[in-house]
Design a protein around this ligand. Structure first.
Ligand code: ATP
Ligand code: MG
Length: 402
């Protein structure tokens, strides 16, 4: 029996734990929170922080039994996965590549050197740096921490913004204190995902992200779900996939997963926003993509991680269904009731509803992705039907807030 080390036992990683077990692979799982959803699913659970490289590496060094592979889902810790895998001598991307992928500034520099189109960017350490950049490229500009995720600390800046406040906000959310400013690119926001296997890159996930909540007035870039399939015609889709693969190769991701946020600009150019060297979160890799295409990249990555051979046929879609995901955005406050969930579940095409606040919990202001409180996913034959089904379900559920 093979053994896999899974970093993280949260909501997003449960799927990896369960899938590995179903495949007859023993699971050793770390999470700093012993109460995490997946802790009780694991064959062996240890309360180790998935960001503590030293604790992870000393654990695997001292562990008496064999570990055949390491992986995570959604958590932006490819450097921790690589550090453990390096010691275990199991498949992984070079640690230096993983380190670049968790640094938005270095990543953009490597991409640019590799001839990949990225938005104009600069490191910002002071208000002077920020205003000089804005003078050069013009508004709007996005300011972000170089090393966080979930849109934490990110602001979209316009003439109306308080630049000092935005810089303090970004710096506060940067583990390193460092920030990057980028030209804001107008266009279609897209999520793509794929796997590098034996030097062939397979793009397995392609979704249009829904940013209707972001208007000219918005400071925060909060995504409200997304849709599969894309509205793009085949030639544009191919163009995006070519840029994605070029970016993956430029970064040196020579094995395993890559998740890319990119924009097809109104100028017709593809702009790479970032590539994460891990599987996606937000239901993309373990729900929406397998439901709509039949391609199950969690299953494939588990096999790759423990060194099993993968039949390339597994990357080929076996179906063409549509999914649409939409989140709930009630006003901030205390939840006193949640109404209409049973009714929404009975609506046509509703595949999944998840809400992680309950009566008495606080709904925070919707300023980043972790502040979202739940979603619905619709699955059906056509994109339009999926979108209206998801929107109808969202509107059927009412959060009573005081
Ligand atoms: N330069 C830009 N132009 C337009 N939109 C942008 C730009 N930079 C970021 N965004 C939007 O904001 C989102 C969050 O930015 P980014 O991916 O850099 O931050 P993050 O904290 O890693 O967020 P996440 O974990 O959700 O990917 C992007 O996915 C993209 O939709
Ligand atoms: Mg991102």
């Amino acid at each position: 029996m093979k053994t896999i080390l899974i970093l993280g036992a949260g909501k997003e990683q449960v799927n990896a734990i369960d899938r590995a077990k179903e495949k007859g692979i023993r699971t050793v799982v770390f999470d700093m929170n012993p109460e995490a959803d997946g802790a009780s699913h694991a064959d062996e659970f240890y309360p180790v922080s998935t960001r503590d490289v030293e604790a992870i590496t000393s654990f695997v060094q001292e562990y008496k039994k064999k570990i055949d592979g390491v992986m995570t889902i959604a958590s932006d810790i490819p450097h921790c996965v690589s550090a453990a895998a390096e010691i275990l001598r199991v498949p992984h991307i070079p640690r230096a590549v993983a380190e670049v992928c968790v640094n938005k500034l270095e990543m953009k520099e490597v991409l640019q050197k590799g001839g990949v189109n990225v938005p104009a960017f600069v490191e910002v350490s002071s208000l002077e740096d920020l205003t000089a950049f804005i003078d050069r490229v013009g508004y709007p500009v996005v300011l972000k921490p170089i090393d966080n995720s979930g849109a934490r600390g990110i602001s979209r800046l316009t003439e109306r913004s308080d630049l000092k406040e935005a810089l303090a906000y970004a710096q506060k959310h940067a583990f390193s204190g460092r920030c990057i400013a980028e030209k804001y690119i107008d266009g279609l926001q897209i999520s793509t995902e794929g796997l590098m296997y034996k030097d062939t890159f397979y793009c397995t996930g392609f979704a249009d992200r829904n940013y209707v909540r972001v208007t000219d007035e918005s400071t925060h870039l909060v995504e409200d779900g997304g849709d599969i399939p894309t509205v793009l015609p085949d030639d544009k889709k191919r163009l995006v996939e070519e840029h994605f693969e070029k970016a993956v190769r430029a970064l040196g991701i020579d094995w395993g997963p890559a998740k890319c946020d990119l924009i097809l600009g109104t100028d017709g150019k593809v702009y790479i926003i970032e590539i994460a060297a891990r599987l996606s979160g937000g239901n993309f890799c373990y729900d929406k993509v397998p439901w709509s295409t039949g391609v199950d990249i969690v299953d494939i990555l588990i096999d790759m991680a423990v060194g099993n051979d993968v039949d390339p046929q597994r990357f080929v879609p076996t179906k063409h269904m549509a999914t649409s995901q939409r989140y709930f955005f009630p006003p901030p406050g205390t939840v006193t009731d949640i109404l209409g969930v049973d009714e929404a579940l009975k609506l046509p095409h509703i595949k999944k509803i998840d809400i992680w606040v309950k009566k008495g919990d606080i709904v925070p202001p919707a300023i980043n992705h972790p502040s979202r409180i739940g979603y619905v996913i619709a699955l059906t034959d056509t994109l339009d039907e999926a979108v209206s089904a998801a929107e109808k379900a969202v509107n059927t559920i009412r959060f009573v807030i005081s």
